[in-house]
Design a protein around this ligand. Sequence first.
Ligand SMILES: [Zn+2]
Length: 400
Amino acid sequence: MRAGPSQEEIRKHNLGTLLRHVHLGGPTSRAELTTLMGLNRSTIMALTADLTAVGLVREELPRDTGRAGRPSLVVRPESARVYVLAFDVGVDRVAAARIGLGGVILDRREAVRQRGPFDMAEVVGMLAGFARQMHRKTRADTVCVGAAAAFCGAVRKSDGVVRIGPNIGLEEGPFGDELSRKLALGLPVAVGNDANLGALAEHTRGIGMGCRDLIYLHGDVGIGGGIVVNGQLLGGFAGYGGEVGHMVVNLGGRPCGCGSRGCLEAEVGERALMEHAGRYGEAIGRDGVRAVVDAADRGDVVAQEALQRVGDWLGLGVANLVNVFNPEMVVFGGMLRELYLGSAAQVRSRINTVTLAASRERLRLRTSVLGDDATLMGAAELAFAQVLADPLEVLARFAP
Ligand SMILES: [Zn+2]
């Protein structure tokens, strides 16, 4: 017979759960925590005392309760003291941020990346440089408890190796290890697919908060996806789940960077839109997409037709996903935010004609609220995962 969890395991679990409530929900009163966790007041007090002692949270009197009687102390995350390093590598930009417990962006750096072959040493050097600049500005008592990166490619779950990033020209790149070595902080750098991490961020603190079944679609040059099923990110067997950009929507259609044809990303990605609009080569990235949407708004017929065409394929892709996953919400992020806003009628109409009525009954289509920070915020959540799993152990390891 297997023994039940030990007292120590229960305590560890409760500490993590309490910290997660404060990390995701912000300042929370002891009374609320008692209700949320179904534990008695003295247990909550003891757990809070443990987390306070290592500097993860602090307790304060609430600002104004408006109620008579002794107010319940409010537990706040020590956002300025405990932080993680979050990185994002997209086709056109690299970004780094120092993100405090509670999801507060404390500092942030970003640079344009020139398209062309992927130069590991250059990208890693740039990101490590950002981290050093930000580190120099921190107070002596701050503690970095983790690091993680969002990458625009398929990432192997077991070791964080980027297996393939067709739009950025990387194959079999041990990106996390290289960045960890360059940072020289004694911290591993966890790596995740950018759209997967965007999904995680929108689900935990963005537009999809409270949605247990959600699909996040991220447009960079290509299209990525993150699928949240029953509150869990769908990773697949080896971590490549959610590659909806390579779902074929147009058999024998436009060639895709993956070697196939007619993938969602080939029909909806930046290049397709720019070519249909007769603007390929004029502007790239978000600027290019915005220019087409703006032109369509001003009555440019070619731009309008390009958006309709691309919106039609996007709608078909979303419709297939709705039939398979019956999500409560589909969130459009990255450049898909602009693209969706410019073609919402097409997308809706395709969904209405192609999906089962029952599957789309309560479907909400939304744009990302975290915007360009979604992937960085998701990377931060990945980096915080260990602290939330075992707060005291991680603090003991990293505290100055
Ligand atoms: Zn493809």
